[in-house]
Design a protein around this ligand. Structure first.
Ligand code: DX5
Ligand code: ZN
Length: 221
């Protein structure tokens, strides 16, 4: 099912609860939460304590994207904070099979992410363990970057792998999604499209969300 997942990274911290309520009222059902450690990526964002507070403030599905080196130690805290989906980077985890099992054992749905330059082969052996495969369409660390076009080909190849293997994981894309490219990105194979600056960075996030949702033909839950 096609979905727009606004990224909290672009929220206005001084009025984020109001922004999230408006998004929910506009029909938005999932929120992407970007966790950055200043090590795997050259930026720092926020941690499980914020996620826990946000959990109490809204009912959207929480899609946590960990841009964190060896995030195993943080997983229990995100489970406790109320994350439903928890995605780790294949490049940041030494024992990916173990980590994906750990996420599921904690009651979350495991996802695995790949940077733009990483071979898809990095995740091929764990596709049966993942509920979500995240194809980065920018180099992670910052919102507001330009979409890297090779993501389209990569999305198509992941969709082919899913069909060939009979898997049912969601395909997510993250970075540089706008109203101008969302339809093309969805057609390439993305089920969930993360949008940061194009939604919560817009003057009216609810209207921006509705425009993107219409562009991909998002069905209401
Ligand atoms: C980038 C993050 C993204 C980011 C996307 O490192 O993973 O989720 O918020 O922002 P935009 O949509 O502005 O590229
Ligand atoms: Zn992200």
């Amino acid at each position: 099912m096609k979905r727009i997942a606004p990224s909290f990274l672009s929220a206005d911290i001084t009025r984020c609860a109001e922004q999230l309520t408006l998004l929910e009222q506009a029909g938005c059902s999932c929120l992407h939460l970007d966790i950055m450690d200043g090590h795997f990526v050259p930026n720092i964002s926020f941690g499980p304590a914020w996620v826990k507070q946000l959990r109490a403030a809204c009912g959207m599905t929480f899609d946590v994207h960990l841009m964190v080196e060896e995030p195993g130690f943080l997983l229990p805290a995100f489970a406790e904070a109320g994350a439903e989906i928890c995605t780790v980077h294949a490049e940041a985890v030494r024992h990916l099979d173990r980590t994906l099992h750990q996420i599921r054992d904690l009651g979350m749905r495991p996802g695995v992410a790949l940077n733009p330059a990483s071979p898809l082969a990095l995740v091929e052996e764990v596709l049966d363990l993942a509920d979500l495969v995240l194809i980065m369409s920018v180099n992670p660390g910052f919102g507001g970057q330009k979409f890297i076009p090779n993501a389209l080909r990569r999305l198509q190849r992941v969709a082919e792998l899913r069909t060939a293997g009979g898997y049912d994981f969601l395909i997510e894309v993250d970075g540089g999604v706008t109203a101008g490219n969302a339809a093309q990105v969805a057609a390439a194979g993305a089920d969930w499209l993360v949008a940061g600056s194009a939604v919560l960075g817009a003057a009216d996030p609810a209207v921006a969300y509705a425009t993107l949702a219409a562009a991909i033909g998002e069905e209401k839950a």
